[in-house]
Write a protein that binds this ligand. Structure first.
Ligand code: GLY
Length: 361
């Protein structure tokens, strides 16, 4: 195991996000002696989780395993009920620990089971995707979906620790790495210009899972998120800046019936938010162009279908961040200078969309 980087997060009880190669092996150091472990993971990770489970058993922990469906299919009331039933049959106590190994859907579910079982037990997240490392696993948001929408049922429940083992990233498809990178770019624009400089210096090196640049970018993105959630865990105000680019992104995801990767939708949403601020006279054209340039250099989408505007506009009105009939966007006045744009004129919304729309092919 090489040197690991640690980012502290302040929450109801402070915890560390540990980033490095092989850090999944630190799980045994974090678990109190003799506790039982409920391990949640998707099917594709079964072999890797065998090794983790064997290590835990060798360290004296009784391990219960639950293989969840892939992706968002894991975040249902039915899967949660199955988990609660297993925990009940095993008489899982408040001293025992839940561990989620997988992408954002797995850690969201694991966190929710931990938040709800016996009114709260400890959870450790072991995110295995780039998006999970820099976003879902950090910050204590947990939840499941209902037929009416994503993450409608959940709780804030901070983990005992988050272990971001960079070795998982070597097995990720390039498209997933790119999509995860969109959230890192977002962190660069809202708070850390060094992230943007690293992408500009070499986009391929920046998302090379075997290189050192990505390790530093994960640390920087986690540090941005840690700083924000440490001051506003429950999203009373400042945490909203993490949703930069997400208002249009959520509308695109909904319009695509969640077949688009979240990061791809965020990429388009970031350019839209930049265009909106540019056209509102809040952001200079060079910073707007910088959004497009960096995201394009990573192979991420920066345009969307022109005819989709009415459906996207309607979906944005239903966004969790909307207040009544009023839309509010996180926008920038410069790099690392986020603010809000409340109730923009319809013409402005439409003009910004025209700037990112592509003609039907
Ligand atoms: N993904 C945004 C947040 O955690 O607040």
């Amino acid at each position: 195991m090489t040197t690991a980087l640690t980012v502290p997060v302040q929450a109801e009880r402070d915890y560390d996000v540990v980033i490095g190669r092989g850090v999944r092996r630190r799980l045994t150091e974090l678990l109190p002696a003799g506790v039982r472990v409920f391990l949640l993971h998707p099917p594709a990770l079964a072999d890797a989780v065998d090794t983790v489970a064997a290590t835990l058993a060798d360290a004296g922990h009784q391990v219960l395993r639950h293989c969840t469906p892939d992706g968002e299919e894991a975040k249902t009331a039915l899967v949660a009920t199955e988990c609660w039933a297993e925990l009940g049959r095993a008489s899982f106590t408040r001293d025992d620990v839940i561990v989620g190994i997988g992408g954002g859907a797995t850690t969201d579910l694991a966190g929710f089971i931990a938040a709800s079982w016996l009114r709260g037990v400890q959870v450790i997240h072991v995110p295995t995707t780039l998006l999970g490392m820099v976003d879902a696993a950090v910050g204590g948001k947990t939840g499941i979906n209902t037929g009416e929408g994503k993450n409608l049922v959940g709780a804030f429940h901070s983990p005992l620790a988050v272990l971001c083992d960079l070795d998982w990233l070597s097995t990720l498809p390039a498209a997933d790495l790119r999509a995860g990178a969109a959230e890192i770019v977002k962190c660069g624009f809202i708070a850390d210009p060094a992230i943007l400089a690293a992408f500009e210096a070499g986009p391929a090196a920046a998302i090379d899972p075997t290189g050192d640049v990505l390790a530093d970018l994960v640390r920087r993105a986690v540090a941005v998120k840690a700083d924000v959630v440490s001051t506003d865990l429950r999203e009373a105000g400042r945490r909203e800046i993490l949703n930069y680019g997400h208002t249009l992104a959520h509308a695109i995801e909904h319009h695509e019936q969640f077949r688009w990767r979240h990061g791809d939708a965020v990429s388009v949403g970031l350019v839209y938010a930049a265009e909106l601020a540019g056209r509102a006279g809040m952001l200079g054209s060079a910073v707007v162009a910088r959004h497009r340039d960096i995201l394009t250099s990573l192979g991420l989408p920066t345009t969307y279908r022109s005819g989709a505007w009415p459906a996207l506009r309607e979906a944005m009105g239903r966004d969790k961040k909307a207040r009544g009939a009023t839309l509010r966007f996180v926008v920038l006045t410069d790099v690392a200078a986020p603010t809000r744009l409340e109730d923009p004129a319809e013409e402005l919304l439409q003009d910004a969309y025209t700037a990112i729309s592509e003609e039907p092919r």
